[in-house]
Structure formats: structure tokens, C-alpha cells
Design a protein around this ligand. Structure first.
Ligand code: ECB
Length: 142
């Protein structure tokens, strides 16, 4: 992972989280709470282990992985589903300068893509045709 993805990033925009959450079957009550959150991403690298922490006042979600290695993910506190690698190798991969994760499971065409553009951290979360687009600004004080 280029060190440019590492650091603390604060959300500046969040488009169509609603559509993404509906495809995941999140309740109206939780969607209302989630919509109001200003999420923070803390991205760390320890050797070949990468850790992406999604932090909020309501709930945190931590996902760690090695690029090019199979993993099983349990989206605890999100939609509580198991997603996993279906291929022998890499499910989190680099496609050019984009870090791409495929989340294989009950939901079709699910995953996310992270990249840096104009000093901002971009994220697309997608599931079954819905795309949530989030942008984060680097927090240089953390
Ligand atoms: C952890 C902050 C959001 C907590 C919202 C709580 C309940 C709503 C349930 C599900 C909403 C689905 C997703 C919320 C949006 C983003 C959370 C992290 C998504 C993710 O997979 O991040 C990836 C890429 O940065 C790393 O795990």
C-alpha cells in the first residue's frame, strides 16, 4: 500500500449511503443514525498487514487484511454478514493506484474501492447496483 493511503481521514462527503444501506437490508432506524455520522478512516500498515478502521461516535468497524491473501470478513455492526474470498488468491488487490476489495457472499456485486485523488481519500462502496461515494480529507493533527 502506498503510504499515501495511510493516516487519519475525516469525511467531507457521503453520497447515496442510503441506497447502499437499503441493498444491505439495514433497518430504517439504523439508517437514520448512520446517515448523521461523520465517519473517520484510520488506515495503518504493519508489515504486510493493513488495517482500515472506520470510526464514528456510534460504532466502529475494523477490517484488516493482507493484499493477495484470502480472508473471511464478518461485517460485525454493519449488516452482520460473512463475506469471503472465492478465489485462490487476492481478493484485496491493487488495480493501478486503486485498492480494490471484492466481498463475495450472499450479496451480489459487493465490494469497495479506495484511491487518492487531489490529496483526498476516495471510497466507493457498492452493492447490487447501488454505489455510495465517500470522500475524506486528511487530518494532519492526528
Ligand atoms: C462504522 C461506522 C458506521 C456505522 C453504521 C452503523 C449501522 C449501519 C449499518 C450498516 C451501514 C453500512 C455501511 C456503513 C458505511 C461504511 C462503513 C464501513 C464500510 C467499509 O466496508 O469500509 C471499508 C473501506 O474503507 C473497510 O472496512
Amino acid at each position: 500500500m502506498p503510504s499515501s493511503l495511510c493516516g487519519t481521514w475525516d469525511m467531507v462527503s457521503n453520497v447515496n449511503l442510503e441506497g447502499y444501506m437499503i441493498t444491505l437490508g439495514i433497518s430504517c432506524y439504523l439508517r437514520k443514525i448512520a446517515q448523521k455520522l461523520k465517519q473517520r478512516k484510520v488506515i495503518e500498515q504493519q508489515g504486510d498487514l493493513y488495517i482500515i478502521k472506520t470510526i464514528s461516535t456510534f460504532r466502529n468497524y475494523v477490517f484488516s487484511f493482507k493484499v493477495g491473501q484470502e480472508f473471511e470478513e464478518f461485517t460485525q455492526g454493519l449488516d452482520n454478514r460473512h463475506v469471503m474470498a472465492s478465489e485462490i488468491c487476492s481478493l484485496v488487490t491493487w488495480e493501478g493506484n486503486k485498492l480494490v476489495c471484492q466481498q463475495i457472499g450472499e450479496k451480489k456485486n459487493r465490494g469497495w474501492t479506495h484511491w487518492i485523488e487531489e490529496d483526498k481519500l476516495h471510497l466507493e462502496l457498492y452493492c447490487e447496483g447501488q454505489v455510495c461515494k465517500q470522500v475524506f480529507k486528511k487530518n494532519v493533527n492526528e
